[in-house]
Design a protein around this ligand. Structure first.
Ligand code: ATP
Ligand code: MG
Length: 594
């Protein structure tokens, strides 16, 4: 009998790794030369055999903040390069003049580095901007025109759309399709010289208006846009289309495996045609790049459309791009998710051609795995009520007496030493650790029951104090003598419950931000659903609580396991020593929906 697991690839293997391994074994790219910088065929021919076994790239458009889906692409591209002795280029696909901003460039570079990757290799920086290739793209377009493979089309946008046809109908040739190369070149130069207004003409490849693949029905290569570009200023008033620019960018950089998401599968014949043609024309180096498509990462309870994320920010549904509930890298980082956890989650999500959904819980699982061995332990009270130890002064001679208590920073790492805090006559405990009338199976504080204050002493509950409305305002208990943890005979008194606490005298008041999933539905925007209809009203709860004194020096981004409560991080924006602000990253176990 075979288990279902026998049919899945062995851990670590996936179809992209198999493609790379096959290419390495058969030497597909072994003859490649690389001149050290991007360039055309002549440039690379003058270079050395490429020391990088493969080249991949991460090519974001700098028009927004990166999100968890981009993290998948980053881990995949940089990860493949690292595994196979290759190099991954960081490339800004900044061919669109209008939407791009330096703010996004900076935040993208920061996110990639924070995730643990670098575009430095073999002593060189592989940080590239597609807009630096505009001159080559223009020259390549001229070459296509001269070869009779491109033409300037001056149909209106509506005519062009109508004449493209659809799945059932072949397209119709444009009336401008039969212009001579000389006429086309003159018109293209007129476009370039700014003689035509926006939208008056486009340069199109001359392929096949009847192709069953609509991407091959004379795709547009250049459009007119009188707009300033963040890198090239006003040097250009025509800009290359993405489908034309992207394959060329890959080829100029000597990319071997151009990894992209499945939507581009139908573009592959075009990708191949364009690069083969430009290689044949002697413009691009061979062997040329190949495109490989994989299914994009979808995560439950998350939306990743840039437009919808922007809506959350603009409509102030969240507190900015780095709101700890956002699936942006800046949001995940502020929430306390670690690069290790994100990388682990992306690896486990797998890489395949079959789309699917990855459960958000897998990110929390990865986070716990990462922090379990790393995060210092601490006690914190999230929903405090005072516990008064009524026999304290009598037992220890003074209400101000403090018993020093100790606990390891990490239970499995004694070398990290001990934290110290004091037990006094009053301590903060969790409100729900007391019940006047205990439910069945409740082993914590109720009149007549004994519990251990963790790392402290055993106390026996005697009742509570209430206000005029009957609300409990304090819990009362007496200390059971000679039960201090770690002292001889401390365990003689058996208890069923142990509770966490913080001494009133040395507690640090803290602002707690208790985050949860932003949506209550697993696929908030699937099938065109209104994602705002399933916003989780409890995705952010603010509370005031108390921390043990060992956290006095916590710095922004420091992460802790609060005993019994889960993982927390000192907020990287608002936390300051003396004014602690802690975000809940994740509980100790998955409690969503339970
Ligand atoms: P846009 O709609 O603005 O193009 P985009 O999400 O494709 O959005 P890009 O900046 O073009 O944004 O993406 C950079 C890279 O990240 C691309 O190679 C893209 O395929 C990849 N990517 C984006 N979203 C995902 C996802 N959910 N899973 C895997 N890869 C993704
Ligand atoms: Mg894109």
């Amino acid at each position: 009998m075979t288990s279902p697991a026998d049919h899945s690839p062995k851990p670590g293997s996936n179809f992209l790794r198999q493609i790379v391994e096959r290419d390495l074994a058969s030497g597909t790219y072994a003859q490649r030369r690389f001149a050290g910088t991007p360039g055309d065929a002549a440039h690379h021919a003058a270079g050395q055999p490429d020391p990088a076994k493969i080249r991949t790239r991460f090519p974001p458009e700098p028009n927004g903040y990166l999100h968890i889906g981009h993290a998948k692409s980053i881990t995949l591209n940089f990860g493949l390069a690292a595994e196979y002795g290759g190099v991954c280029h960081m490339r800004f696909d900044d061919t669109n003049p209008e939407k791009e901003e330096q703010e996004y460039v900076d935040s993208i570079l920061d996110a990639v580095q924070w995730l643990g990757y670098s575009w430095q290799a073999n002593g060189a920086e592989h940080l590239y901007y597609a807009s630096n290739y505009f001159d080559f793209m223009f020259r390549a377009a001229e070459a296509l025109i001269e070869a009779g493979l491109a033409y300037v089309d001056e149909q209106s946008a509506d005519e062009m759309r109508a004449n493209r046809g659809d799945f059932g109908h072949a397209g119709k040739d444009s009336p401008h399709r039969s212009r001579t190369p000389a006429e086309n070149l003159a018109r293209f130069h007129a476009m370039r010289a700014g003689k035509l207004p926006d939208g008056a003409a486009v340069l199109r490849a001359k392929l096949d208006m009847a192709s069953p693949n609509i991407n091959l029905r004379d795709p547009a290569l250049y459009r007119i846009k009188h707009a300033e570009h963040h890198n090239t200023g006003n040097a250009w008033c025509i800009y290359p289309m993405y489908a034309y620019a992207h394959p060329i960018e890959d080829a100029l950089e000597g990319i071997t495996h151009s990894v992209c998401t499945l939507e581009f599968e139908d573009q592959r014949p075009w990708y191949d045609w364009l690069l083969d043609t430009l290689c044949t024309l002697g413009l691009l180096a061979q062997p040329r790049p190949h495109q490989c498509e994989f299914a994009r990462l979808n995560v439950t309870y998350v939306i990743t459309s840039k437009r919808k994320l922007r809506q959350l920010v603009d409509e102030k549904i969240v507190d900015g791009w780095d709101d700890p509930r956002m699936p942006t890298i800046v949001g995940l980082r502020r929430r306390g998710y670690t690069p290790e956890a994100i990388r682990l989650m992306c690896e486990r999500a797998g890489t395949s051609k079959a789309g699917g959904w990855t459960d958000y819980a897998s990110l929390d699982i990865a986070l716990r795995e990462d922090l379990e061995g790393k995060a210092a332990r601490a006690m914190a009270v999230l929903d405090p009520i005072k516990l008064k130890l009524t026999n304290w002064a009598e037992l220890f001679g003074s209400a101000d007496f403090r018993e020093p208590c100790h606990a390891p920073y990490h239970p499995q790492q004694p070398e990290l030493g001990l934290r110290e805090f004091g037990l006094g006559s009053e301590v903060w405990i969790e409100r729900d650790d007391f019940a006047e009338v205990p439910a069945k199976g409740f082993f914590r504080l109720f009149p007549g029951n004994k519990v251990r204050l963790k790392y402290g002493m055993v106390v026996e509950c005697s009742g509570c104090e209430k206000d005029e409305n009957g609300n409990v305002t304090a819990v009362l208990a007496s200390v059971v003598p000679d039960t201090k943890s770690g002292t001889p005979g401390a365990d003689a008194v058996k208890v069923k419950g142990t509770i966490t606490w913080v001494g009133v005298h040395d507690a640090l008041p803290v602002e707690l931000r208790l985050y949860d999933r932003l949506f209550t539905e697993a696929q908030p925007d699937a099938g065109g659903k209104d994602f705002k209809a399933s916003l989780n009203p409890n995705s952010k709860k603010l509370a005031r609580g108390y921390l043990e004194p060992s956290l006095a020096n916590a710095r922004p981004d420091d992460k802790f396991q609060f005993e019994r409560h889960g993982y927390f991080v000192a907020d990287r924006v608002d936390h300051a020593p003396g004014q602690p602000v802690m975000n809940r990253i994740a509980g100790l176990k998955d409690s969503w929906g339970k």
